[in-house]
Design a protein around this ligand. Structure first.
Ligand SMILES: Cc1cc2nc3c(=O)[nH]c(=O)nc-3n(C[C@H](O)[C@H](O)[C@H](O)COP(=O)(O)OP(=O)(O)OC[C@H]3O[C@@H](n4cnc5c(N)ncnc54)[C@H](O)[C@@H]3O)c2cc1C
Length: 385
């Protein structure tokens, strides 16, 4: 058993750290958070040139030698040190929706979307959640009705659709066959430039964190899509969605690990320099024990995350392991951002420290992409409970 990174992954880690420190310094991130704007596309185009969007895409699109889940984890850890929002920006295209398209879409759809994803040119959006269908995602009621000419008319409302207004493409889940069992009547549709479609109404939802990642409630009013917008065949939507969920889960593990490690490194510097009662804070046992607990939570989550990536690469699936990585990563991030503020005292509570941003962002990973309780249900089932 070898716990070290390969020379290639170590080089990727070093390159990513340098890139993130240069392109995403804290002042810039905090400005984008204050302005509630999406991160600029230019930085992601540069990342496209570095080849980091293709880790989970087929080599014929990515130009890499093989699919590389560990590479994705290495990169996401580094990106998340600056901001977990940046990683959600990166990963919706590179980790969640892009690989879904690679697995289920037609050749023409793949050729249309994936080269743009690899170049970092487009954001992708996933329109699944509805007001009455979140954890129970297969309960969606948005309808897509086939017309005599083979096209579909989509009507209904969705909740929490992140970055859909600026996305190059959206994948929309809608019910085509309401008489079939709920998991069998869902179809996925590919829609280009959804922000330019007047038949979609957008309302931005104010959220606790992830200020750089606008999320919307949207309404489809007779959105017409051609027959060839169907992804993976009518009624196969649930299968298409399921395929992407494990990716999203261990990638959320990597986000939690990277963001939390960045916080720990900042806190370590601070407590070694800050003098109170005649000595550095880091000499106080209560402070030291807190930091030890923080590092152990992050290391545990890191091991679970790399194991999930390894299982996916070597055994083709990582269902239980991906949920474990997500729970451990999200909970470590929440705990470390909370305790990090405590250890930095008043400075920790200031926006300038960056920790309030992390504290607010961390909460999303305990809810989005499957809440902690849902992950524990999955793990319990896999354990035979
Ligand atoms: C910022 C943000 C961005 C998002 N972006 C997107 C997006 O781009 N596209 C998209 O489709 N969706 C998106 N989502 C939706 C997200 O995936 C859902 O919020 C999530 O799946 C939970 O669904 P819900 O909010 O409806 O909560 P509910 O399903 O109503 O659950 C509420 C709470 O009840 C508990 N619970 C529910 N079911 C169970 C159970 N079986 N056992 C035990 N406890 C349970 C959990 O604590 C859960 O947190 C986003 C959400 C957020 C907050």
């Amino acid at each position: 058993m070898d716990f070290s990174l390969s020379p290639e992954h170590q080089a990727l880690k070093d390159m990513s750290r340098r890139f993130v420190e240069t392109e995403f310094p804290r002042e810039k991130i905090l400005q984008w958070v204050r302005d509630k704007v999406e991160p600029p596309r230019e930085a992601f185009l540069k990342l496209g040139e570095l080849g980091v969007f293709g880790f989970l895409l087929p080599p014929e699109y990515s130009g890499l030698e093989k699919v590389d889940p560990t590479g994705m984890v290495v990169f996401v850890e580094e990106l998340s040190r600056a901001s977990s929002a940046l990683s959600t920006h990166y990963g919706r295209a590179a980790v969640i929706v892009g690989p879904q398209i690679a697995r289920f879409a037609s050749q023409a759809q793949k050729d249309l979307v994936l080269p743009k994803v690899v170049r970092g040119e487009v954001q992708l959006a996933l329109c699944l959640t509805e007001a009455e269908a979140g954890s129970d995602a297969a309960a969606i009621s948005t309808r897509a009705e086939e017309q005599p000419d083979g096209s579909y008319l989509i009507n209904g409302t969705k909740m929490f659709n992140s970055q859909i207004e600026s996305a190059g493409f959206a994948v929309i889940a809608a019910r085509t066959d309401p008489d079939k069992p709920k998991h069998e009547g869902i179809t996925l549709f590919l829609v280009e430039n959804p922000g330019q479609r007047p038949e979609i109404e957008y309302h931005r939802i104010e959220t606790l964190g992830l200020a750089m990642i606008p999320t919307y409630s949207i309404a489809f009013n007779d959105l017409r899509v051609p027959a060839d917008a169907v992804i993976g065949g009518r009624g196969n939507g649930w299968k298409g969605l399921l395929g992407g969920l494990d990716n999203e889960r261990f990638y959320h593990g990597a986000i939690g690990v990277g963001a939390a490690q960045g916080i720990i490194d900042l806190v370590l510097d601070y407590v070694n320099q800050r003098i109170a009662f005649g000595k550095p804070l880091g000499r106080l046992q209560a402070v030291r024990h807190k930091l030890v607990d923080m590092q152990m939570a992050v290391d545990s989550a890191r091991l679970l995350t790399y194991r999930a990536a390894w299982k996916l690469e070597h055994e083709g699936s990582c269902h239980k392991e991906a949920s474990m990585a997500k729970v451990a990563g999200a909970e470590a991030y929440m705990m470390v951002s909370h305790q990090g503020i405590q250890l930095l005292g008043g400075f920790g509570y200031s926006v300038e420290s960056g920790l309030p941003m992390h504290f607010a962002d961390a909460k999303m990973f305990e809810i989005g992409g499957g809440a902690m309780e849902i992950q524990r249900n999955i793990i319990a089932k896999e354990m035979g409970l």
